[in-house]
Design a protein around this ligand. Structure first.
Ligand code: NAP
Length: 276
């Protein structure tokens, strides 16, 4: 059986035409569509991500406004900026780049974003809607994972899916979305015992652990489907959380780069269009 390389580009392209049509319609009605990107400090990955988002936002005919704050900015100042953006009619959606510097309380900053402008579902009200499975909202990266599986015809119903990682932005919400699609989901994290044994049972692995090449070929079964969320800088290149050698055993896998990340960026645009 031939291995399917689940490239992100066609998935993103398919979503793009739908999103562009919505943005064009809103513009024709005289509405301005602006994404506010808040970057704190000099985290290199955040700045790369910011540049990509600005480019993609503009390519869809919307506008991006970047707000850069110093690494040592105080919590109150970030929240003040968020509140100002909440109140500005011209701002459609708000996205703070994560991770924020450690002295800042990311939860409180997410909570400060008004729910209707909360592009990455950081406000607990939106996260709660995802938990209750009744939401038009869900964080962008988990939605990207689901869009990829759907596009490449990977059925999740009844499958054993192992989600590696339990962060609020990736692991937990992707597990919820998978359960909503009737998968049987196991969430693993740094305290999980016998991880290789659990991984070996998986029909599908969603890896969001943030450790380069963490999942090795001997940990997975033949024919596994790999969704690799990881983006780790190693020797000036980006590698995933799954060792490249795993692809030889996989029925399908997302490449890094060029997999989940590409779709995730487009999902930001999708969420922006939902804020309209
Ligand atoms: P995170 O907040 O650091 O969470 C990592 C998770 O991995 C935690 O739940 C942690 O467990 C778990 N973990 C750490 N070491 C482990 C180990 N040895 N065994 C098992 N589990 C372990 O990371 P994140 O924000 O979810 O991001 C994960 C990865 O995805 C990163 O590489 C990030 O760059 C990437 N990412 C990509 C996109 C995209 O668009 N493609 C978007 C967001 C993030 P504990 O909870 O026990 O600490």
């Amino acid at each position: 059986m031939e291995t399917i390389v689940m490239a992100g580009k066609p998935v993103a392209e398919e979503a793009k035409s739908r999103i562009t049509a919505k943005i064009e319609l809103a513009k024709a009605q005289g509405r301005k569509i602006t994404l506010a990107i808040v970057v704190v400090g000099d985290d290199a990955a955040s700045h790369v991500y910011k540049k990509r988002l600005v480019k993609i936002t503009e390519s869809l005919g919307a506008e991006a406004m970047v707000y850069e704050l110093a690494a040592n900015v105080q919590q109150a100042e970030v929240e003040k900026l968020i509140e100002k953006l909440n109140d500005e009619d011209e701002i459609t959606g708000i996205l703070p780049m994560m991770p924020l510097p450690r002295h800042l309380n990311s939860d409180a900053i997410g909570t400060a974003i008004t729910p209707s402008k909360d592009v990455d579902c950081l406000n607990p009200l939106n996260a709660g809607e995802v938990y209750l499975a009744r939401s038009k909202w869900a964080p962008c990266t988990p939605r990207a994972c689901m869009a990829i599986l759907n596009y490449y015809g990977i059925e999740v119903e009844g499958k054993n899916v192992v989600v590696l990682g339990r962060s609020n932005v990736v692991g937990k919400p992707v597990a919820l979305l998978l359960v909503q699609e009737n998968a049987t989901v196991t969430i693993c994290h740094s305290r999980t015992k016998n991880l290789p044994e659990i991984l070996k049972q998986a029909d599908i692995i969603v890896a969001a652990v943030g450790i380069p090449s963490f999942v090795k070929p001997e940990m997975v079964k033949e024919g596994v489907v790999i969704v690799d969320v990881g983006i780790n800088a190693v020797d000036g290149k980006f590698v995933g959380d799954v060792d490249a050698a795993v692809s030889a055993k996989a029925a399908a896998f997302t490449p890094v780069p060029g997999g989940v990340g590409v779709v995730s960026n487009m999902m930001v645009m999708d969420m922006l269009s939902r804020c309209l």
